[in-house]
Design a protein around this ligand. Structure first.
Ligand code: ADP
Ligand code: MG
Length: 626
C-alpha cells in the first residue's frame, strides 16, 4: 500500500471547487462519462494500430446507483490505468487542471459567465463526492490499481483484484448531494448531457418481449436487456447523402421530444477547415406567437452537450432556429465578450449565415411555390437577419419576398419591374403601397386597387425598421401605408386637380368644422381630389406613424417616441359635392349635424369610432333616415 500527498500549492482545493461551481454541480457526471468515453475511444485506436491484443468487442459505459451504500458507480471498459498512470494522470495532470481553473477564475472573478462553461475534469467528482475511488485495470499486462481520496490532498493507492480491463469510478455521495442517488435525477442528467455520446451508456435494465420459435411453437418471452440511454450515432454525424427528410424530422423529434410540430426545413452544417463544425439547424414554424425560446439550439463538443446558450456563436437572428451545433473549436472557458472578439468564432458565425442564405436561395429556386407557402413562418427571422447582418442583407435580395394583399409574391426586383410606370410620386420615386391589416385598412386597400395599384401586405412587428433600411438602400423607392394619405395624393398622375373652393371659402368651412371637431385631435387639410373620392378622409401620416412604430419595437435612438399619441389628419376633399353643400348650408344646426356625421363615417373607415361615439353615431344615423 502506498500513501502520498498530492503536490499542489493551494492547500485545500476542494472547498474552493465546491464553492465556485456551486450552480453547476451536475456537470460532474458529464465529465466522468466524457473521461470514460475518451478511455474507450483511445482503446479502439490502440486496437486499430495493433498496440492492444485480442478483440475490441462492443464496450459500453455503465452508470449504477447504490442507494443503500450511498454510492454512484461509473464503469467503463476502456484502456484503463496502471498504478503508475493513476499517479501521473490523476495526481498530477488532473490536479493541475483543477489548480489552473482556480488560477483563471481569480482573474475573471467578476465575469460570472465563465462558471458552467468550464470543464473541471476528473476533480469535479469532489463537487458531489465526499470520497472518491478509482479502480482501474489497464489493457497492459499489469495489476489493477485502487486509488482512494477523501478530498484532502492525501490519497491511498493500493493494488486491486479487478480482472476485466477498464476503470470504475466510485463516488461516495456527500450528504448535501443526495439528489444524485435518485434515479430520476441521474436519468435527467444523462438525457441532458449524454444523449448523443458516441459510446453506448447503460443505465439499468428494461424488459423486452421476444418471440422464440416459429409457427405453432412460437412463444412470447420476456427478457431483461441493457437499458441504453443514448444514440451513439446522431444524424448530424452522418453524411447528408445518407439521410432522408424523414430521418432529419425523426432526429428533430429525438432532440425535442415535447415538440410536436414538424420543422419547415433543415440545414446540414459540415466544415473542417479552417475550423471544425458539424450540425443540423432547423427552421421551426414560428407563426405569430413567438413562444420560441424554449427549445433552443444545443451546442455540443464531440457529441457531449455543453450548453443551449449559443449567443455569440450563432448570429443573433438565427438563435430563433433549433437544432445542434458540434464544434471542438469553440473556446468555452472564456467570457462571452471574449468569445465575440475571437476570430475563429466570428468565422463560424459567418459560415452559418452563409449556409443559411444559400439554403434559402436553393429552396426559393427549386420550389418557389413551396417557399411562398412557408413565407409567413420564416419571414420574421429573415427580416431580423436583414436588419442585423449586412452580409445576410446582401444575399437576401435574391429570395426575400414581398407578398401582396392578394397573396401574390414579389422579389424586390420583380416589384420594381411591376410598378415602374404606374406608381410614382411627385418626386418621381416608385411608390410601394402597403397595408398592415387587410381588415382594418380595407377601404383604403379597395381604393388603391380600384385605381389599378398593387398593395403589399407587410404585417411584421419590425417591418417599419426594414422599410426604413430598404428606402435608404434604394434611393428611388418609397414605402407608404395605404391609410397614410388618400391614394391620389400618394401617387401623382398628371396635373394637380383644381380646387372648387376658394381660399376664403376653405377658411370659412375650416372654422365651422373646428366648432365640431375636438381641438387637437386632427390636423385639418383641404385638398382638391376627384369627385369620386370621399369628402372626409382620415389619414395617419407615414413618417410619424413609422417613427412611433420603430420606437415601440426596439428603436433605441428614438427615446420616448413610443409615448406619443397617434397623429391623424382630416383631409377634406374640396371637390366633393357634399363639401360644397356643407359650406353653403344656411341652417347652422343642420350644418353641424352633417359635419359630425361625415366625420364619424370617416372615423369608422379607420376603425376609430368606438364606445359612446359609436352609439351616438348609430342613433343619429337612424334619426337622419327618419
Ligand atoms: P482531461 O479529460 O481533460 O484530460 P481529466 O481531469 O478529466 O482531464 O482527466 C485527467 C486524466 O486522467 C485523463 O487525461 C486520463 O488520462 C485519465 N483518466 C481519467 N478518467 C479515466 C478513465 N475513466 N479511464 C482512463 N483514464 C482516465
Ligand atoms: Mg476529462
Amino acid at each position: 500500500m502506498a500513501t502520498g500527498k498530492i503536490n499542489v500549492s493551494v492547500e485545500n482545493i476542494f472547498p474552493l471547487i465546491k464553492k465556485f461551481l456551486y450552480s453547476d454541480h451536475e456537470i460532474f457526471l458529464r465529465e466522468l462519462i466524457s473521461n470514460a468515453t475518451d478511455a474507450t475511444i483511445k482503446l479502439k485506436h490502440l486496437y486499430s494500430i495493433g498496440e492492444a491484443k485480442g478483440e475490441y468487442g462492443n464496450p459500453i459505459i455503465e452508470i449504477k446507483i447504490d442507494q443503500e451504500g450511498k454510492k454512484l458507480h461509473i464503469i467503463d471498459q476502456g484502456l484503463g490505468m496502471t498504478a503508475e498512470e493513476v499517479e501521473k494522470y490523476i495526481n498530477q495532470v488532473a490536479f493541475s487542471g483543477a489548480e489552473e481553473f482556480l488560477e483563471k477564475y481569480k482573474d475573471s472573478a467578476k465575469d460570472a459567465g465563465i462558471i458552467g462553461h468550464f470543464g473541471l475534469g476528473f476533480y469535479s467528482a469532489f463537487m458531489v463526492g465526499s470520497q472518491v475511488e478509482i479502480i482501474s485495470k489497464s489493457y497492459k499486462d499489469e495489476p489493477a490499481a485502487h486509488w482512494i481520496c477523501d478530498g484532502s490532498p492525501e490519497f491511498n493507492l493500493l493494488p486491486s483484484t479487478k480482472n476485466e480491463r477498464g476503470t470504475e469510478i466510485i463516488l461516495h455521495i456527500a450528504e448535501d448531494s443526495e439528489e444524485f442517488l435518485e434515479e430520476y435525477r441521474i436519468k435527467e442528467l444523462l438525457s441532458k448531457y449524454n444523449k448523443f455520446m458516441p459510446i453506448p451508456i447503460k443505465f439499468g435494465t428494461k424488459t423486452e418481449t421476444k418471440t422464440i420459435g416459429e409457427g405453432e411453437d412460437a412463444k412470447e418471452e420476456s427478457i431483461e436487456v441493457d437499458n441504453i440511454i443514448n444514440n451513439p450515432n446522431p444524424a448530424w454525424t452522418k453524411a447528408p447523402a445518407n439521410l432522408t427528410t424523414e430521418d432529419y424530422n425523426q432526429f428533430y423529434r429525438e432532440l425535442y421530444p415535447m415538440q410536436f410540430e414538424e420543422p419547415l426545413f433543415h440545414i446540414h452544417l459540415n466544415v473542417d477547415y479552417p475550423f471544425n463544425l458539424t450540425g443540423i439547424l432547423y427552421f421551426p414554424k414560428l407563426s405569430h406567437d413567438l413562444q420560441l425560446q424554449k427549445d433552443k439550439i444545443q451546442l455540443y463538443q464531440n457529441q457531449v452537450y455543453v450548453t443551449d446558450n449559443v449567443e455569440g456563436i450563432v448570429p443573433e437572428f438565427l438563435t430563433m432556429l433549433k437544432g445542434v451545433i458540434d464544434s471542438p473549436d469553440i473556446p468555452l472557458n472564456v467570457s462571452r465578450s471574449y468569445l465575440q472578439a475571437d476570430g475563429n468564432v466570428k468565422k463560424i458565425a459567418n459560415y452559418i449565415t452563409k449556409k443559411v442564405s444559400d439554403k434559402l436561395k436553393a429552396l426559393f429556386t427549386e420550389n418557389r411555390a413551396d417557399f411562398e407557402a412557408k413565407w409567413n413562418d420564416i419571414k420574421i427571422v429573415l427580416e431580423y437577419g436583414m436588419l442585423s447582418e449586412p452580409k445576410f442583407y446582401e444575399k437576401a435580395g435574391d429570395f426575400f419576398l414581398y407578398p401582396s394583399v392578394d397573396n401574390k409574391f414579389y422579389t424586390l426586383q420583380e416589384l420594381k419591374d411591376t410598378i415602374t410606370e404606374n406608381q410614382t410620386n411627385k418626386d418621381g420615386k416608385l411608390v410601394v403601397l402597403y397595408a398592415a391589416n387587410v381588415d382594418a385598412q380595407h377601404a383604403y386597400i379597395q381604393d388603391a386597387k380600384q385605381k389599378g395599384y398593387e398593395v403589399l401586405l407587410l404585417d411584421s412587428p419590425i417591418i417599419a425598421h426594414l422599410i426604413q433600411k430598404l428606402e435608404s438602400e434604394n434611393e428611388n423607392l418609397t414605402f407608404v401605408r395605404v391609410d397614410s394619405d388618400h391614394v391620389d395624393n400618394l401617387i401623382k398622375k398628371g396635373e394637380d386637380a383644381v380646387s372648387a373652393l376658394s381660399e376664403d371659402e376653405q377658411k370659412q368651412l375650416q372654422s365651422s368644422i373646428e366648432e365640431i371637431v375636438p381641438k387637437g385631435s386632427f390636423t385639418i387639410q383641404f385638398q382638391p381630389m376627384s369627385a369620386d373620392a370621399s369628402p372626409f378622409i382620415i389619414t395617419k401620416p407615414e413618417f410619424m406613424r413609422r417613427m412611433k412604430e420603430m420606437s415601440a419595437h426596439g428603436g433605441g435612438g428614438m427615446f420616448g417616441m413610443g409615448n406619443l399619441p397617434d397623429m391623424y389628419n382630416l383631409v377634406v376633399n374640396t371637390n366633393h359635392p357634399l363639401t360644397q353643400r356643407l359650406l353653403l348650408a344656411s341652417d347652422k344646426e343642420k350644418q353641424g349635424l352633417q359635419i359630425k356625421q361625415a366625420l364619424d363615417i370617416a372615423k369608422l373607415s379607420q376603425n376609430l369610432l368606438k364606445g359612446e361615439e359609436l352609439t351616438a353615431f348609430v342613433k343619429r344615423s337612424f334619426e337622419m333616415m327618419n
